[in-house]
Design a protein around this ligand. Structure first.
Ligand code: PNW
Length: 483
């Protein structure tokens, strides 16, 4: 491979780090070993198996609970600087509460953390990635304001156990998935359909829970360990279909990026003003006589504001938006439309589709998305916490190779041309895994996993070799498909 094939502007800054990510329910399996509690995903796949496209589940999936040494070996083969994985709340705290901490749960994560450190790979740990204890869901889950305290207790346990060795934390992954995607579709975990107020109430509780975790870390653990913690926020870029829809597109950016970022990253804190105004009108229109967005008290605004150490950004895809036509039926937010905004989504005919129905390849909007955040919230330190594409099976995954090449090129333009401070990039995902409602059929992995072999054999794809060459050369080399 020729390094620096496109010239020095295709070189990453010194110290820029590369990693790959996974999440507990998607890879661990061992759903009921030892004293592990039930999660909301365990409950969904066992009681509503038809919710999963290919009727698979995460009972075993990659079996990383038993095969973690192979996972570390793959991270080592790739030359990763860090491996991002998540902790299973019900595995560590079987009741959901801090009254009981699982010995076996601790042992599993200690093995993984120590094994990575032995190989010189930094563990980057997500505290919560969707697999809520069912016991807490039975009490309302993210709808119950007490979840803020339950998450605070969980976070303190986790920091006490692992913060001596884990220096980079993600508090909560993808609030958009657990708040918007869940309640707007009713088909995910928990399977509850309530698109009017639930997404907005959930947002408020997620932000408060994150803020509490950040403050515990800041006050009780940072003085000893000097690490970092932030949210990971998934962004879909909303591009106006034409100039007349620009105001609407901007409002939707405030609904996906702003709703989760403005309270934390803006100087004044609280909800984005344009969104606050719009959702007040939506509330009135729907007969609530108040906003569907729950207000913050002054104390809550201050509690949340400034609770970050970096900006964790997941980026996969984009949408074209336009005002809906009178009487047009509008699909569910965030993937198919925005009913509360009378907005319909379209795709550009030139966009290549991924395997997942929601996936279109749009590297051209990666850089504008980052710039949007920089313009709104200032010169933040960005960490790309996820980026990747779903494909069908096969080792020759040219689409994935080109997806990473094209997104990393845009990222380098943001760094070199726009002067954005980006410190690292995380590929989603290390290996094929249980892709939520799309099941095991949707492949996001750098490594292919054979889900019918007892060893869940993992084999590197072309993209794994390419990602390794990016890491080795610290630049974007030519792909095997170019000459
Ligand atoms: C993420 N969007 O979900 C999750 O963090 C992963 O667990 C998941 O496997 C991966 O991406 C692929 O689906 C997403 O709004 C949630 O664009 C939302 C969006 C994208 C991905």
């Amino acid at each position: 491979l020729c390094s620096v094939a496109y010239g020095s502007n295709l070189t990453f800054p010194p110290g820029f780090k590369f990693g790959a990510a996974s999440a507990s329910y998607q890879v661990e399996g061992a759903w009921n070993v030892s004293d592990k509690g039930e999660s909301i995903w365990d409950r969904l796949v066992h009681t509503k198996p038809e919710a999963i496209m290919d009727l698979t589940n995460g009972d075993v999936t990659c079996d990383s609970y038993h095969l973690w040494e192979r996972d570390i070996e793959m991270a080592t083969e790739l030359g990763l600087h860090f491996y991002r994985f998540s902790l299973s709340w019900p595995r560590l705290m079987p009741t959901g509460f801090s009254n009981k901490i699982s010995e076996d749960g601790q042992k599993y994560y200690n093995n993984l953390i120590d094994g990575l450190l032995d190989k010189g790979i930094e563990p980057l740990v997500t505290i919560f990635h969707w697999d809520l204890p069912q016991s807490l869901q039975d009490l309302g889950g993210w709808m119950n304001p007490l979840i803020v305290d339950w998450f605070e207790d969980y976070a303190r346990v986790v920091f006490s156990l692992f913060a001596d060795r884990v220096k980079t934390w993600v508090s909560i992954n993808e609030p958009v998935s657990i708040c918007d995607y869940v309640y707007n579709t009713g088909g995910m975990a928990p399977p509850i359909f309530e698109p009017h107020v639930a997404p907005y109430v959930c947002t408020k509780h997620v932000l408060l829970a994150h803020a509490k975790a950040w403050r515990i870390y800041d006050e009780e653990f940072r003085p000893m360990y000097n690490g970092e913690i932030s949210l990971a926020i998934p962004l879909i870029w909303h591009e106006a279909l034409s100039a007349e829809h620009e105001e609407l597109a901007e409002l939707l950016r405030e609904n996906i990026a702003g709703r989760y970022s403005h309270p934390v990253y803006s100087k004044e804190g609280g909800w984005p003003p344009s969104l606050e105004k719009h959702l007040e009108e939506v509330g009135k229109r729907k007969g609530f006589n108040k906003s569907v967005l729950p207000p913050f008290t002054k104390e809550e605004i201050d509690l949340i504001r400034g609770t970050y150490d970096y900006y964790g950004m997941n980026f996969y895809t984009s949408r074209l938006v336009r005002k809906a036509r009178p009487g047009e039926s509008i699909g569910a937010w965030p993937m198919n439309g925005a009913p509360d905004f009378d907005a319909a989504f379209e795709k550009d005919p030139s966009w290549v589709a991924g395997y997942s129905s929601w996936f279109y390849v749009t590297p051209e909007y990666f850089r504008p998305q980052i710039m949007w955040l920089k313009e709104k919230y200032g010169d933040l330190k960005f960490l790309i916490t996820e980026n990747g594409i779903s494909t069908g099976p096969g080792l020759d995954d040219r689409m994935r190779v080109e997806y990473y090449r094209d997104h990393l090129k845009e990222l380098l333009l943001a760094i070199h041309e726009d002067g954005v401070n980006v410190v690292g990039f995380t590929a989603w995902t290390l290996m094929d895994n249980f892709e939520w409602n799309d099941g095991l059929g949707s492949k996001f992995g750098l490594y292919e996993v054979n889900f019918t072999s007892p060893q869940r054999t993992r084999t590197p794809r072309a993209s794994a070799h390419y990602y390794k060459s990016i890491i080795d050369t610290h630049s974007i080399p030519k792909t095997i498909y170019e000459n």
